[in-house]
Ligand binder design. Sequence first.
Ligand SMILES: Nc1nc2c(ncn2[C@@H]2O[C@H](COP(=O)(O)OP(=O)(O)O)[C@@H](O)[C@H]2O)c(=O)[nH]1
Ligand SMILES: [Mg+2]
Ligand SMILES: [Zn+2]
Length: 314
Amino acid sequence: MRGLVIKNTGSWYTVKTEDGRMIDSKVKGNFRLKGIRSTNPVAVGDHVVITPNQEGTAFITEIEDRKNYIIRKSPNLSKQSHIIAANIDQAFLVVTVNYPETSTTFIDRFLAGAEAYRIPVILVFNKHDLLSEDELRYQHAVMNLYETIGYQCVEIQASADADSPFSVEALKPLLADKITLLSGNSGVGKSTIINALLPHVNLRTAEISDAHNTGMHTTTFSEMLELPSGGYLIDTPGIKGFGTFDIEKEELTSYFREIFKFSKDCKFSNCTHTHEPGCAVRKAVEEHYIAESRYNSYLSMLEDKEENKYREAF
Ligand SMILES: Nc1nc2c(ncn2[C@@H]2O[C@H](COP(=O)(O)OP(=O)(O)O)[C@@H](O)[C@H]2O)c(=O)[nH]1
Ligand SMILES: [Mg+2]
Ligand SMILES: [Zn+2]
């Protein structure tokens, strides 16, 4: 019997079978995945094969190959990792121009990490109602910047009624039949978005998330929330971005789409776009084809690499 893992608490997994039943399952046998020492061999988003037993539970006996997965290194068990989710179709990065302010550096780091994992990102600008005219103008400039680079942007007010042009209704077609990771700084409105999309999970989501955010069980709890319109949302507290520690200095350019485009005209193929003569990227920054904010984010990530500074995954 085949199914999708939608919840993981400790050694138990909730598997939704193809005929729509929810079956509590445990892993049978020894899954060792490509040398990863993981606290959980199976993760939400995994397609699995299960064998039901007499107690009404089941054993997971097979995992299908993953198209991707995200992993969090355990802070206390140094060599162990926790797979947060597998087979993610896209990420929504929820940002706010104000209340609280999300920096473009934070956005760019997230986008670069997502490029490394090949996970498409949609930028969701929330709290439209709180912005002054000046802040709105700034928001539209930022949206224009990211749209020009190729990232879809949506402007919403998660707290609005469904008939408002800025309600979460705008997100529904983007979520349909996909597994979407919901990310963003604390306070930007992730729980509010979930509660608006899934009124029946009201409050519980926020409470569970917040409890797990600070609690000791953070690394052993993951859940996908099924949307009425099809598709799933993953709201895993504490995920602030993708681990970019493994990105090589030379690779970094390719995770900034517009910088990558211009870099093809640099004189040196291994140009870092910092000091080299004939650098087409620096020229493009000077001529405003590349935004200074983007270039600065690139430089800050490059600097981390040079200092070999540890960037924690998630
Ligand atoms: N005015 C306004 N407040 C919002 C909006 N979205 C969320 N909030 C508020 O912002 C605060 C943080 O929201 P929450 O969903 O807990 O953020 P999370 O930390 O990302 O889950 C709460 O007080 C929400 O009521 C919005 O669109 N407009
Ligand atoms: Mg929350
Ligand atoms: Zn260059």
